[in-house]
Design a protein around this ligand. Structure first.
Ligand code: ZN
Length: 268
């Protein structure tokens, strides 16, 4: 009873949010599907259409079964209820399913919804899904299944690459919370921080030996680890502005890390 109430309430809330947020979401770039059920995050957003993906809609695959209190989709081909969300395949007829809307990248990749996610688990899940969904496996199947496998495979790629790097992962988490940031914006960094960064950049340029470059690389690693902890804490506390500012700092340090790697390659 409680569960079914929650489904109804969040569905209603989503409608309200859709009308209010739809214009803000039009320019949406990072993700193609967002949480809509409010079960993990207090501030959930309305689902967006998977604009980057195309597949033929059959009327059946959006059938929802509210009887058990949880939202269940049914298989587009055999109409049997799917066992979980997101379901990539039907357990009854084994047909590949179309991408489900309102499912977060964390759910797709079966990873905990945290900034410090388990990257080995992410990697394993990615390989497993790509093996199962690869369009080559569907050469002998129907056109519908070929299209679903292509769109699922593209979605899994997007989810994986977004969650893989801390920066894009953090930006995506802010976006799930309703905050949108352009990856190119520098407005968050203050002058003192930028001066410090300039000095580190110069030090990388002027490093004469691999040891010198390595030292800067190690310092940067330490800063990134520290930032990771602070961003994780800020996101857990829903201090979004803080998380945003720290992510901006992370971007600069990540650039330095790349620059150090380049420098080390030059020494070889
Ligand atoms: Zn089926």
């Amino acid at each position: 009873m409680l569960n079914s109430l929650r489904v109804v309430c969040s569905a209603r809330a989503a409608v309200v949010r859709t009308s209010r947020l739809s214009s803000a979401l039009l320019g949406h770039s990072l993700s193609s599907s967002l949480l809509s059920r409010g079960h993990t995050w207090s501030c959930s957003m309305a689902p967006l259409k998977d604009r980057g993906l195309s597949y033929h809609k059959s009327p059946s695959h959006s059938l929802r079964n509210f009887c058990t209190g949880q939202v269940h989709l049914n298989c587009w081909r055999c109409q049997q209820p799917l066992d979980k969300t997101p379901a990539f395949f039907c357990l009854s007829c084994e047909a590949v399913q179309p991408p489900e809307q309102g499912v977060s990248y964390f759910e797709i990749m079966a990873c905990d919804h945290t900034f410090t996610l388990d990257s080995h688990k992410l990697q394993r899940r990615y390989l497993q899904l790509q093996r199962a969904l690869h369009p080559d496996n569907f050469g002998q199947k129907s056109v519908t299944e070929q299209e679903f496998s292509e769109s699922q495979s593209a979605l899994v790629n997007k989810a994986y690459t977004t969650l893989l790097k801390p920066l894009s992962r953090g930006l995506y988490m802010l976006e799930l919370q309703g905050m949108r940031i352009e990856e190119g914006t520098d407005s968050e960094a203050d002058t003192e921080f930028l001066l410090e960064l300039m000095e580190i950049n110069e030090a990388v340029d002027e490093a004469q030996t691999p040891e010198e470059a390595n030292k800067i690389g190690q310092d940067t690693k330490g800063k990134l680890a520290d930032l990771t902890e602070r961003i994780d804490a800020a996101l857990r506390e829903a201090e979004l502005q803080t998380a945003k500012a720290l992510l901006a700092q992370m971007k600069y340090h990540a650039n330095i890390e790349e620059k150090v790697k380049e420098k080390l390659r030059d020494f070889m």
